[in-house]
Ligand binder design. Structure first.
Ligand SMILES: [Zn+2]
Length: 166
């Protein structure tokens, strides 16, 4: 069965064209194709080179004992290295204290590996430092009851700590 031109109603001989007319896609014959804009056979594919981003350690978030969200502090690598050095510990010794491979400690101190919450806890205990912080809820003025306009994104907003780079 031959296609029918959706503009002139005649059967389409030869090539059928898809054109855009007032937002609608029509299949038309050769002589009617001028009434619309030709439809690209394929949406243009921008050939873009994606910027190569340096892999940043994944920031893990975990719920604490009271349902609060915990995450590893941003400068964990500095905290760990300073604490270890001030204790006079080698990386090997620290590794043995927390039951990890020395390569893990090395990568943590280099900042290329974010410790899991669980490992951060062990490091905290071994080194006597704080490596976990709460993902704080944004301070908000008290709202009258019945005001439910708040979205989750409003309430749970990670408060970035201002901190000078060392
Ligand atoms: Zn036609």
């Amino acid at each position: 069965m031959a296609l029918t031109c959706e503009i002139c109603g005649r059967p389409i001989r030869g090539q059928a064209y898809k054109i855009l007319v007032a937002g609608a896609v029509l299949t038309v014959c050769e002589s009617c194709r001028r009434y619309g804009t030709p439809l690209p056979s394929r949406p243009p594919q921008p050939h873009r080179v994606m910027p190569v981003r340096r892999a940043r350690p994944v920031r893990r978030v975990e719920r604490g004992l009271f349902g609060e969200e915990l995450r590893v502090v941003d400068d964990f690598n500095i905290v760990v290295r300073r604490a270890r050095e001030s204790l006079g510990w080698t990386q090997d010794f620290l590794a043995s204290q927390v039951g990890e491979k020395v390569s893990v400690i090395r990568r943590i101190e280099a900042g290329s590996l974010t410790p899991s919450i669980e490992l951060a806890r062990r490091l905290e205990k071994a080194l006597g430092v704080r490596l976990l912080e709460r993902v704080e809820e944004e301070e908000r003025p008290k709202l009258s009851t019945g005001d439910f306009a708040l979205t989750l994104g409003d309430v749970i907003r990670v408060k970035r700590r201002e901190r000078g780079r060392r």
